[in-house]
Design a protein around this ligand. Sequence first.
Ligand SMILES: Nc1ncnc2c1ncn2[C@@H]1O[C@H](COP(=O)(O)OP(=O)(O)OP(=O)(O)O)[C@@H](O)[C@H]1O
Ligand SMILES: [Mg+2]
Length: 381
Amino acid sequence: MTTAKEAFDPRSAPLAEVTSVDPADARIAAEFRIDEIPRPAAGKGQPASLRPTEQQMDLWRSPRMREVREFIREAASVDVTVLVTGETGTGKDVVARGIHQLSPRRAGLFVKVNCAAMPRELLETELFGHERGAFTGAHQLKIGKFEAAHGGTIFLDEIGDLHPALQGKLLHVLQDGEFARLGGKSTLKVDVRTIAATNQDLERAVAEGRFRQDLYYRLNVIQIKVPPLRERVEEIPALVNYFVEVYARRFHREAFTLSPAALDNLLRQPYPGNVRELENLVKRMIVLGENSVHRAGPAPAWDGAPPSQHAPVPDGSALSLRDLVRQTSRAREREIISQVLEHTGWNRVRSAKALKISYRALLYKMKQFGLNGHRSRWRPL
Ligand SMILES: Nc1ncnc2c1ncn2[C@@H]1O[C@H](COP(=O)(O)OP(=O)(O)OP(=O)(O)O)[C@@H](O)[C@H]1O
Ligand SMILES: [Mg+2]
């Protein structure tokens, strides 16, 4: 069978089709994006939460992050693959969006795909699309994310979790810009810049045979390492101001101000969940009052002690019984998940089975609770 090779023409794949998402995909996407700040185009008079990435990058005041900004500027100007690494919640998404927005591709789409968020088969069609009738249930043609990103940037998040069967296919696309939709006879060619991100040690994954070495080299043309928040604590005050501004408005608590003591407390936290954890603490202070942070056990590693020691005790404070119960049960939930992960050696498939929840639900909860990698919760940083 000969394969017809044809240049991809976006005009023959109208945007309405490119962006159409079937309900199952939309459900999964919604499930995994609920903790992200929506960032439509900003404009005058719009809430601060709609600020563009450049404004978030302006908060990078530490020498380490100024270096990162320089790297971004350089990487943006050359059309090469970039690998963004760093612990969870450090700002890898912000870096990827920054590269796109500073690059000549900024007028094109920035298309994000979470490689860990869905089963292999679904991810394959998500990335490469499928023809109508490609498999049972494929009632209509689906345009993949690589096609959708034509002329723009594709951001492959959590690349370390990419299923081995898809690693070879991705390598081929990166090398030649070519692929076929599932069930398709034509080879499509796209002009896409790829940025990948991971909080895993990919070199170790290569050494352990979990990640293809050739793909690693292909992705790792330029690597941007995003340092953890504990190595750039001087950014905390500016970040706190930013989050207070965003969330006080969003939660209709415009009068909220943070006391110096509360800020001081925030400066002393260890932040294994990095900027995301700080963001969540500020959100909580705005909603529950700033004392909620002193009492909070459940949020990611408060001071290194087990959350049960921090179980909130009613002390006549402003917190309702319902809030206290919710905090306690979240602390317990995090503790149980953490223990099961430790028990299975951080094998997420086995952990999900043991907990009797779906794999996707486990990934979501791990992200929510700042449980990542092989690091034990209680080990000092
Ligand atoms: N410089 C910043 N200014 C404002 N918000 C930031 C900044 N850096 C990170 N954030 C916020 O912190 C949260 C985590 O950032 P981001 O999603 O970029 O981290 P990540 O490294 O991609 O995390 P993960 O490994 O879990 O995917 C997001 O809500 C993001 O908006
Ligand atoms: Mg991310």
